[in-house]
Write a protein that binds this ligand. Structure first.
Ligand SMILES: Cc1cc2nc3c(=O)[nH]c(=O)nc-3n(C[C@H](O)[C@H](O)[C@H](O)COP(=O)(O)OP(=O)(O)OC[C@H]3O[C@@H](n4cnc5c(N)ncnc54)[C@H](O)[C@@H]3O)c2cc1C
Length: 387
């Protein structure tokens, strides 16, 4: 038995961020990952970092996280591959009132964002067609990261602060006695700890079920297509298109990554699903991309992949203490938008575990109990959740 203050299950971006902030606070941390760091959905994330959210708490979390992404080497150490590109979020006439209300709320919390008319969109992004757009939200500070590098840097930062990383180690169950967590069963033996954080993405409910707790998290398959841009098309922003229901972002090597923002929840078995992109998806995304960026008529497919969103009923995290067993915590259910928020999530989990619960804490919004207490997290603008 190895004793830790906290065991974290899962080496995705959230597990690694929580491990970093807890180890930095002086706790003895062990991170258990069944495979390697970022081997799950984190490693296949589009890793878009924007602040366009429709409720204040997530908008503030996105802003706080952005400051860490921008200053990653100083705060965490290493390189998360953050590239500032700016983002445009294009909307139809019907979607404008909610988009504008969101922008006003985001400005109040300190986010650098503004509304652009179609003419102004043309000025900041000449390569984009404004067909079908009544306007757009513009965030010049948005960008994207390298998701595997970011998780690795958090993990390395945790290790430098004293954490133990146990890779190729699968948690097989939770141990509790007298209503309190005592440790984790793994395929390499038992580990004892005073607290356990499950950050196992779509596999999280499988672990909580070992102590009879059912979390409403499903695994849903989502595809990302890559296209090679024509050599003359060298630069573009991130574009989230609420009218055509897709997003795109630049990628190194002259590539563009494209995904859908339709809130589809195609439930799959997280250990048995098709990780390839379908040919039909490549064709369908290409059609939308060329409508928004006509230069892509001369682009080429460069393949793609599918991975998993861990979805909750309101598409927001379940984060904080779980009921029934003292010392058991969870961070999961990022529902396709959880990468960017991971730095704030790490800090919030550190504050909860180190200082205990507080009635004012933002983290309370994400409690598991919200589903039975009818306190679902909703925003004005349904399309606000984009990768
Ligand atoms: C295609 C795609 C595009 C996305 N685009 C964006 C985006 O642009 N912006 C954004 O903010 N978010 C985006 N997301 C969402 C974001 O990537 C996820 O919310 C985030 O990466 C989830 O990280 P995580 O650490 O919670 O979980 P995961 O990445 O799922 O990691 C969980 C880890 O737990 C490990 N594990 C599971 N079971 C066990 C066990 N029993 N024992 C030990 N280890 C275990 C797994 O191996 C895995 O490494 C996207 C997601 C996908 C799939």
């Amino acid at each position: 038995m190895t004793a830790s203050d906290v065991i974290i299950i899962g080496g995705g971006i959230n597990g690694c961020s929580v491990a970093f902030f807890l180890a930095q606070a002086g706790l003895k941390v062990t991170l258990v990952e069944r495979d390697f760091i970022a081997s799950g959905p984190t490693g296949r994330s589009s890793a878009i970092i924007r602040q366009h959210y429709s409720n204040e708490v997530t908008a503030r979390m996105a802003l706080r996280s952005l400051r860490i992404w921008q200053n990653f080497a100083d705060v965490v150490g290493g390189d998360a591959g953050f590239v500032q590109t700016g983002i445009l979020l294009g909307a139809s006439e019907e979607q404008l009132p909610a988009l504008k209300a969101n922008i006003e709320m985001q400005k109040r919390v300190g986010i650098d964002t503004r509304f652009l008319t179609p003419e102004e969109v043309r000025e900041v992004e000449p390569a984009a067609s404004v067909e079908g757009l009544a306007g757009a939200a513009y965030e010049p500070e948005a960008g994207h990261a390298d998701p595997a590098a970011a998780a690795m840097a958090f993990a390395e930062g945790a290790r430098s602060a004293g954490a133990t990383l146990m890779l190729n180690t699968r948690a097989t169950g939770l141990q509790a006695a007298g209503g309190k967590i005592t440790g984790v069963e793994t395929d390499r033996g038992s580990l004892s700890a005073g607290a356990v954080v499950i950050a196992a993405g779509p596999w999280t409910p499988y672990l909580t079920r070992t102590i009879g707790l059912d979390l409403p998290i499903t695994a849903s398959r989502h595809e990302v297509a890559a296209y090679r841009r024509p050599p003359t098309f060298t630069r573009h922003m991130i574009f989230a298109d609420f009218t055509l229901d897709f997003y795109l972002r630049p990628e190194t090597g002259g590539l563009m990554l494209v995904g859908s923002i339709e809130d589809v929840d195609d439930q799959v078995d997280p250990d048995n699903y098709d990780e390839r992109i379908a040919f039909d998806t490549i064709a369908a995304f290409a059609e939308r991309v060329t409508r928004r960026y006509p230069a892509m008529e001369n682009g080429e497919s460069a393949g793609g992949w599918a991975s998993l969103y861990d979805i909750t009923p309101d598409w927001h995290h379940i984060m904080g203490a779980l009921p029934g067993v003292d010392g058991l915590y969870c961070v999961a259910g990022g529902s396709g938008h959880g990468f960017k928020l991971a730095p704030a999530v790490g800090e919030m989990m550190r504050d909860l575990i180190v200082h205990g619960p507080s009635p004012e804490a933002d983290i309370n919004l994400f409690s598991f109990e919200r589903f039975s207490q009818n306190r679902l997290i909703t925003g004005q603008y349904e399309q606000s959740i984009v990768g």
